[in-house]
Design a protein around this ligand. Sequence first.
Ligand code: SAH
Ligand code: SF4
Ligand code: F3S
Length: 490
Amino acid sequence: MNEEMRAFFTPPDLKAAKQRRRREVSVLEFDQIPEEMRAIGQGKKYMIKTYGCQMNVHDSETIAGILEQMGYEPTESEESAAVILINTCAIRENAEDKVFGEIGRLKTLKTEKPELVLGMCGCMSQEESVVNRILQKHQHVDLIFGTHNIHRLPHLLKEALMSKEMVVEVWSKEGDIVENLPKSRQDGLKAWVNIMYGCDKFCTYCIVPFTRGKERSRRPEDVLAEVRELARKGYQEVTLLGQNVNAYGKDFTDRDYRFGDLMDDMHKVGIPRVRFTTSHPRDFDDHLIEVLAKRGNLVEHIHLPAQSGNNAILKIMGRKYTRERFLELVSKIKKAIPDVVLTTDIIVGYPGETEEQFEDTLSLMKEVEFDSAFTFIYSPREGTPAAKMKDDVPQEVKKERLHRLNRLQEEISRRKNEALRDQVVEVLVEGESKKDPDVLSGRTRTNKLVNFRGPKHLIGGFAHVRITEPRTWTLRGEWVGEASVEKVGS
Ligand code: SAH
Ligand code: SF4
Ligand code: F3S
């Protein structure tokens, strides 16, 4: 490795990623891409394969924005791509297995086409074990960068194009905020908007605080300006993103401004729908509930991960709330917003979880009646405290618990959707249904998928649809007319 290469060999360090100092967050402005780099991609194509959560989906839009400023154009075909980037997720082992499968598969293409740049980014890049494995077993990878240095992509890509060695640059630090990054959004109707980065919760099973750094909030004026600009461009919906949006603003030293305040300001912005994800139950305060109850463009859907219904398990998960506190929060929310749709995440088979403890999760599900749930079998992540706990629940038992939980949730989801029969809902019409081009497809304020027959000109706007055939995961209905969405604020 030559001296210059060393500058591009910074591997990850999980221990460093775990540290939280009291250092102030720097807000950096993304510099214009230097003139000499703007032509690098001229006449060439790129492809990004994205795994993981909405945060990653949106990061891919940033990466696409940068690549397009470098002259690259998007493609759907691997064969015609000059750059293929895999934006990875580290949340569970099966997510990682898929990525390694993909990297292995792409070896053939890379051998046939040595000029192809094959890169990996995202949360897996932040893990030492992953980067070591790539260095040892997947030498056909050209470039690895992490979640903190996406803005460095032009330089790293240039280096990867010139160098024969693998370019690795991963920063294991708490993280800064980079404003003004270019974005190439994939959808013209609905947009993702970061309001904060990172996570300080350190739930004992979770890798995210290691891969995404500390909680840091974007300044409200930057977030609001971005949303106003999206509204001006014709976007109908924004989803505000953070691993724990309820911690928004906790890190500000110059002002007292929290998530409730941000939502109150969003309420005045002229964009028809504002969603957010994800909420941590612990930081969900009364002011926020009060603001959400104003409705308008603030939709009646809250994703509120419970993870478990048992206090002992919640305690070892480090969730910092009890079943009782969770239920109390749910009842406050339901009181303020009676038709709210709540959805959740649940982990089954936590180390040491007994049958009785699992049954507490089932009873919590029955009590809350979430409209839907993402359910997972616990997956040990290297470097997290839970990975060191004794995991004595057999895999078969974990699978059986997941199955029982899913059956119960299906029954609840079906019942919840059945209650919508004959009701008229407001649908943001996104396009033709995937299965039948004569059918239109869109989402309710509560994010439920609705299919119905109607004229194509409805696409991109709002329609009123009467639900005629509720199903477990989707709703079928008939068009009753165009909905006029009340314009709010300026
Ligand atoms: N920040 C979000 C969660 C992001 S990860 C939040 O706190 O709600 C999405 C979900 O993946 C989590 O809610 C959890 O249910 C699940 N998850 C995270 N780590 C996991 C692990 N090690 N094994 C299984 N599921 C996990
Ligand atoms: Fe992970 Fe917990 Fe942070 Fe969510 S709140 S990202 S589950 S550590
Ligand atoms: Fe996965 Fe990273 Fe998101 S681990 S869930 S892509 S924050």
